[in-house]
Design a protein around this ligand. Structure first.
Ligand SMILES: Cc1cc2nc3c(=O)[nH]c(=O)nc-3n(C[C@H](O)[C@H](O)[C@H](O)COP(=O)(O)OP(=O)(O)OC[C@H]3O[C@@H](n4cnc5c(N)ncnc54)[C@H](O)[C@@H]3O)c2cc1C
Length: 488
């Protein structure tokens, strides 16, 4: 396949309208693919601009009313945006940034800029507000709106049907990887940069050392009770540096250390993957290059790519094809039946959302896990499996427990609100194979901390983490909060 054919395969029309050939530019609205390189959304916009003889204007708009908009998420996004601007500029394209404080919504703004666009190109993400915003824009416009898949290495639409199991997905996905990982999709603009009026004063972020960002965020009216964690910077250079460390130091032992939360045992790149600062193609290629250079054993590379390409992309595939991927109602019928059959079972201990959010249960391991989310904005995969399994017994109903898990993951984790969030949570609510029937859980498998505790350094790490104070308490006005409606 040629690069243009691959870009076409990644693209779908959100409207039946034609391009407006009298317009000034092609508008590329980046919502969640916040990178200037290795970005099929941007490359598809450039290819379209070249065909129509129009320059591309790249817009990064930062809404302040998306669910869970917080200091933590806003800061990560704005840091990513700073380097996105430099990168887009380096590719010879006009960049515009808009940061909402009040007034028109993000979709209103894009609709306004689209009035002078031949077409709008957006990123195609199957979950959360990115999908809602793109669909909302398409309903309002009388011109072409194209959605481009920049979030998976093998385009989600390479499959025209639902592959219900990981096994079926892995066998269909694997043969397609070589061509999609090898292709160079980069397009260069053949049209000079657009320097005309945009009906938008691009917001400048001048203060790169950070205080200016915090002042700007304070003006946005987002939730300041969830602060940015130490150790995570949203910019692409921080992402590439962490990826380099992972490839050089971590992947060789990944297969054996990834389940150890006390070790530097996994890549720790999911926040940048979620916000599209890193592309799955470049991450996969970095591990294949290390293997080709003799620096990575094929078995170590296999396990890493199986998580990155099979599990992550399977969850995107599921999210695309299944109704209710992020809702309790969308769980497999057997899981819902068994959980509902045990809904009235006695639950000896119930915790409030406030106690859970701040890691204040009688379970030290769980508290250590939740403090990762509350303070650090990220949690190890194996720990998440233990964390999610406990929540069922601590909330009044299975529906509420499901919503609690999604809420805690989405609000506190930098990588939350992702297809993998709900894939992970579903695994704790009966997506996987049934177990022996017992109270509250029915046939849904539980998880003990026994295996975790046997790993190197974990007991001491749990003691240390569980004893940490959450420095800023997250504001929780209602229990259950209105956000739970997203997950029912
Ligand atoms: C209850 C629960 C909730 C989860 N919530 C999220 C979430 O909100 N966002 C999220 O990105 N992942 C989530 N996961 C999957 C997984 O825990 C994280 O992707 C992983 O811990 C990220 O750490 P890492 O970057 O070090 O991953 P690594 O193990 O180094 O893997 C590299 C990349 O591959 C992908 N990946 C790895 N493991 C998985 C997996 N099991 N499922 C899907 N993708 C995977 C991620 O993009 C990850 O960054 C969840 C898992 C569970 C059990």
């Amino acid at each position: 396949m040629t690069p243009l054919e691959i870009l076409r395969q990644r693209t779908r029309r959100l409207t039946d309208h034609d391009t407006d050939d009298g317009a000034d530019y092609v508008l590329c609205w980046l919502m969640q693919a916040l990178r200037a390189e290795e970005n099929p959304t941007l490359d598809a916009a450039i290819a379209l601009g070249n065909t129509l003889d129009k320059p591309v204007v790249v817009l990064h708009a930062i809404e302040n009313r998306y669910p869970y908009a917080s200091h933590r998420l806003h800061r990560f996004i704005l840091e990513a945006s700073q380097e996105l601007e430099a990168g887009v500029d380096g590719r010879g394209l006009r960049f515009a940034r808009w940061v909402r404080r009040e007034g028109e919504s993000e979709v209103d703004l894009v609709a306004r800029l689209a009035a002078r666009a031949a077409a709008v190109v957006v990123d195609d993400v199957p979950t959360f507000v990115t999908r809602e915003y793109a669909d909302g824009l398409a309903e309002r416009l009388d011109r072409a709106v194209l959605a481009v898949d920049a979030c998976c290495a093998v385009p989600m639409r390479a499959f025209d049907r639902h592959l219900g199991s990981t096994k079926a997905f892995r066998s269909a996905h694997t043969p397609l990887r070589d061509v999609h990982l090898a292709a160079d999709l980069r397009q260069d603009p053949a049209v000079s940069r657009y320097d005309g009026d945009l009906a938008l004063d691009s917001e400048e972020i001048l203060d790169l050392d950070g205080t200016g960002l915090d002042d700007l965020i304070a003006e946005c009216g987002v939730d300041l009770s969830v602060p940015p964690p130490d150790g995570w910077h949203g910019g692409r250079s921080a992402a590439l540096s962490r990826l380099g460390h992972a490839v050089d130091e971590v992947l060789e032992r990944y297969k054996w250390t990834r389940n150890n939360p006390a070790a530097d045992g996994s890549a720790r790149i999911s926040p940048w993957m979620h916000f599209g600062v890193l592309s799955p193609r470049e991450v996969a290629r970095a591990s294949l290059d290390a293997e080709a250079a003799g620096d990575l054993h094929p078995a170590a590379r296999y396990k890493f790519l199986d998580e990155l390409l099979t599990w992550r992309e399977f969850y995107h595939h599921q999210c695309l094809w299944m109704d209710g991927w992020s809702r309790f109602d969308g769980l497999p019928s057997k899981a819902k039946q068994t959980l509902r059959a045990h809904a009235d079972d006695e639950r000896p201990t119930l915790y409030s959302l406030d106690e859970l959010a701040h890691g204040e249960t009688d379970d030290k391991t769980w508290n250590a896990a939740q403090k990762q989310f509350a303070i650090d904005g990220w949690m190890n995969n194996n720990l998440r499996m233990y964390w999610v399994a406990q929540i069922l017994q601590w909330r009044p109903t299975p529906e509420d427990a499901f919503a609690t898990a999604c809420y805690l993951n989405d609000r506190f984790s930098l990588d939350g609100r992702d297809a993998s969030t709900y894939g992970g949570v579903r695994s704790g609510f009966g997506e996987s194979r049934p177990w022996t029937e017992r109270p509250v859980y029915g046939t849904v498998a539980g998880k003990t901390s026994a295996a975790l505790m046997k790993r190197d350094g974990v007991p001491a790490w749990i003691d240390e983490q569980a004893a940490r104070e959450v420095p800023t308490r997250a504001a929780i006005a209602e229990d259950p909060p209105p956000e739970f409606d997203r997950y029912r």
